[in-house]
Design a protein around this ligand. Structure first.
Ligand code: NAD
Length: 434
């Protein structure tokens, strides 16, 4: 099939690359000329494991193209995905200006029958709005489908290639058959395509993210209570996860969730609740607990070293909001760095993928050094904080850490280190809820 993707970010590029992998001819469009040039020159603007080789192979075979020419990309496609950003507006609602602008431009460029697919995360009613905007510009036949994306950054290729489910929101029979055909190669072991009305499809995405975020905040609260009553949240977690009704996913306490999705999607769903006279009380708590959680490591550091951290140097391993990505949007590391600097500390931080992104945001910050080598930044530092649990940080050389640090204290913000092992090397170990 001939597919065009509008918006070549995390979602658009992964979607385009993975759709070209099964033989579709895909054109990825972006208004960012620099991004398109990078892709045309063989570069990849984001860090996503496995993406580079898929892009290289399919671009080389002529099945995957990159362009800024919106009109001809729309005209050559049977299926057009909208995958532009939907950031939070000031009132917490999803800012739909990019989606709406794209819908109008698609309407203007239409030259025949098309299926237009909302892949961006958008509030209930957006497919209807997109339909109105396109219809205002064209007489050509079209259908609008809500097809929310559930991929996880860091595992996006695997998620796209083997989805748990594909949600299709539309009542248009032609669009349903086109979407079935498009996704069939990704679900050969069983049909996991869920066809429903557009409103339910739009809501499914928000409700899913809200549920996952709720599990994290709940476990963060349980962890805090464990510390106060003398329980160990890792034991509690394993005991809970063994119950098949609960399961083991998203039960890990830590430094709070970040990323481009959970925080903004929670706000948007809360906003939908408010405008429908139904405040989402559970979500208010989920967000509030998470906001506090991002300050937890700094509180622990101050408990150890005192409120005034001037003269202290603190090393941080991991900046990205989670392993496997260079995405720093709403990353807890940013809140932690702010808190440490505000208390007078100097900070040295490293990350296997997000240093460039961090330099763009924090590059000129006083008393902050960004560096490549996780052990070099420990030399003469007072303490080490593990913030993002990249694989390469999971089995560290505790002896080397002990020798490099001025104070033999480590803070494991993800509970991935073995406390006994760390302590046997003479380190004082602080985790979350232990
Ligand atoms: P992103 O910011 O990485 O990418 C969006 C891209 O759209 C940018 O490159 C931007 O230049 C481009 N763009 C904006 N307006 C355009 C226009 N008029 N024409 C062409 N290109 C345009 O965003 P993302 O992380 O890929 O997210 C996209 C959507 O998918 C959001 O609604 C997000 O909530 C949702 N989503 C994201 C993830 C994720 O993990 N990142 C997962 C599921 C859903």
């Amino acid at each position: 099939m001939r597919v065009t993707i509008i918006g070549t970010g995390y979602v658009g590029l992964v979607t385009g690359a993975c759709l070209s992998e099964t033989g579709n001819h895909v054109i990825c469009v972006d208004k960012d000329e620099g991004k398109i040039k990078t892709l045309r020159d063989g570069g990849i603007p984001i860090h996503e494991p496995g993406l580079e080789s898929i892009v290289e192979r399919n671009a080389g075979a002529g099945r995957l193209e990159f362009t800024t020419d919106f009109e001809s990309a729309v005209q050559s496609a049977q299926l057009i995905f909208i995958a532009v950003g939907t950031p939070s507006d000031e009132d917490g609602s999803a800012d739909l200006s990019m989606v709406e602008a794209v819908a109008t431009s698609i309407g203007k460029a239409m030259n025949g029958r098309k299926v237009i697919i909302d892949k961006s995360t958008v509030p209930v009613g957006t497919a209807r709005r997109v339909t109105e905007l396109v219809a205002a510009e064209t007489e050509h036949e079209f259908a609008v489908v809500s097809n929310p994306e559930f991929l996880k950054e860091g595992a996006a290729i695997e998620d796209f290639m083997k989805p748990d489910r594909v949600v299709i929101g539309t009542d248009d029979d032609y669009a349903i058959e086109m979407m079935r055909a498009l996704y069939a190669p990704y679900m050969r072991r069983g049909d996991r395509l869920l066809v429903m009305d557009t409103e339910s499809a739009e809501m499914t995405k928000y409700a899913s993210n809200a549920m996952l975020a709720r599990r994290i905040s709940f476990m963060n609260e349980v962890a805090e209570l464990c510390e106060r009553v003398g329980a160990n949240v890792e034991n509690v977690r394993r005991g809970m996860a063994a119950d098949v009704r609960i399961g083991g996913h998203f039960l890990f306490p830590g430094v709070g969730f970040g990323g481009s999705c959970f925080p903004k999607d929670l706000k948007a769903l809360q906003h939908t609740g408010i405008v429908n006279d139904m405040p989402m009380r559970i979500l208010e708590s989920v967000s509030a607990v998470n906001a506090d959680q991002k300050h937890l490591l700094v509180k622990k550091v101050k408990k150890q070293f005192g409120e005034d951290l001037s003269g202290r140097t603190i090393a941080i391993w991991g900046l990205a909001f989670k392993p496997g990505t260079d995405d720093l949007r709403e990353a807890p590391a940013l809140t932690i760095i702010d808190g440490l600097l505000a208390a007078g500390a100097s900070v040295r931080a490293t990350d296997p993928a997000a240093l460039e992104a961090a330099a763009a945001i924090l590059g000129r910050t006083e008393n902050l050094t960004l560096a490549n080598d996780p052990y070099e930044i420990l030399d003469g530092a007072d303490t080490l904080l593990l913030v993002t649990e990249w694989n390469e940080y999971r089995s560290p050389d505790f002896e080397r850490i002990k020798q490099a640090l001025k104070e033999p204290v480590v803070f494991d913000g993800r509970n991935v280190w073995n406390p006994k092992l760390a302590e046997s090397e003479g380190l004082t170990y602080h985790g979350i809820g232990l």
